[in-house]
Design a binder for this molecule. Structure first.
Ligand code: FAD
Length: 317
């Protein structure tokens, strides 16, 4: 079923979450067993992220570096099929511009349609850490809005090399990313919202936000998005802080602020266990407030580890 239908049918805030494909050489069994307890909270959909491998460089005797790999990490499509079969939930694969030509995107969408996937989250992706800025593949998409456009064109039977409409149409519901604290490359929130609106005008039907730790940022974002004329549902992304390392890593990686009140508590912690307790408690309070404000779903960034999300969901749903 489409995410928009799940949201429309919901009588209260839904529970949903995101998992990452295991690294190459690791099995899927552990991941599936790990997330099984979260099915207690009846998620109507589970997102599966997509990742590019970092570029691998070969050093030549003359000292020059040659880029030898732009590989994509496998697993997203297979995991979608596995979780739909095993848990009877909808799987939402993340689809990136980065690393994909338009033709590869078209082929990926055909595969997804054939395994019964009805929703995709369309994203640009980031530049590999070794590169300073995002560079699309030759003939790939520069921005997520172009990817949304391609998916919607396929929904209308328009494939890349077909002159005429095909008889078979896909029917994907497309979600996109939104940033309550602004995307780091956007020079201003107004600029970022202009292009968020473009994604919706191209056919995106819902927005999932980057994680945030201050609900006021989400509430203000929703207000600004609505003022910009965007009416689609905005699903808040939730991530409990669970380790000492994340206190600096999350703001640095995702360009977000930790509120003073949260930092005051985290600074008292000496162990990962103490941090986790504070992080979970903070997320519980965040979630309760978001539910009270009728957020469409609480979407957890689990990093494929279910225990913290389970503890939060148990208190909130
Ligand atoms: P876009 O919407 O294309 O925007 C990127 C930047 O370009 C923004 O600053 C925007 O303002 C600007 N922009 C957009 N259009 C234009 C235009 N026409 N002209 C000029 N500027 C423009 N990454 C992964 O690699 N794998 C994942 O699975 C993944 N999942 C994610 C899930 C969520 C919910 C979120 C919030 C992010 C996720 N990301 C993932 C990270 C995402 O790929 C990065 O944040 C990326 O830098 C931007 O992606 P986007 O789709 O928001 O890009």
């Amino acid at each position: 079923m489409k995410i928009t239908e799940h949201l429309k049918n919901a009588k209260s805030t839904l529970f949903s979450f995101e998992i990452l494909p295991p690294l190459k050489g690791q099995s899927l069994k552990e991941l599936l067993e790990g997330i099984a307890p979260l099915m207690d909270f009846k998620p109507p959909f589970v997102d599966v992220t997509y990742h590019r491998e970092e570029f691998i460089y070969k050093k030549h005797p003359n000292g020059l570096l040659e880029k030898i790999s732009t590989k994509k990490r496998p697993g997203t499509v297979g995991i979608c099929a596995a979780i739909m079969n095993r848990f009877q939930v909808d799987a939402v694969p993340h689809l990136l511009c980065g690393g994909f030509t338009r033709e590869e995107t078209e082929n990926a969408l055909i595969d997804l349609n054939f395994i019964g996937v009805e929703n995709v989250l369309a994203l640009r992706g980031d530049a590999p850490k070794t590169e300073g800025r995002f560079v699309p593949e030759n003939d790939g998409h520069h921005f997520a809005s172009e990817l949304v456009d391609q998916i919607i064109r396929m929904n209308h039977g328009k494939y890349l090399h077909e002159e005429t409409e095909t008889s078979f149409h896909t029917d994907f519901c497309v979600g996109v990313a939104g940033y309550p604290e602004k995307h780091f490359e956007a020079p201003s929130m107004k600029f970022d919202l202009k292009y968020l609106k473009e994604k919706v005008e191209k056919g995106a039907e819902y927005i999932v936000t980057q994680m945030f730790f201050d609900n006021e940022k989400y509430f203000k974002f929703v207000e600004d998005v609505r003022a910009a004329g965007i009416t689609v549902p905005i699903i808040p992304g939730i991530k409990p802080i669970t380790t000492i390392g994340q206190i600096t890593m999350l703001p640095r990686t995702f360009f977000l602020d930790l509120p003073d009140a949260l930092m005051d508590e985290l600074e008292k912690c000496k162990t990962n266990g103490e941090v986790k307790e504070v992080g979970i408690e903070w997320a519980i309070q965040q979630c309760k407030e978001l539910v009270a404000a009728d957020a469409p779903s609480l979407h957890f960034y689990t990093m494929s580890k279910a225990d913290a999300t389970y503890k939060i969901a148990k208190e909130v749903f």
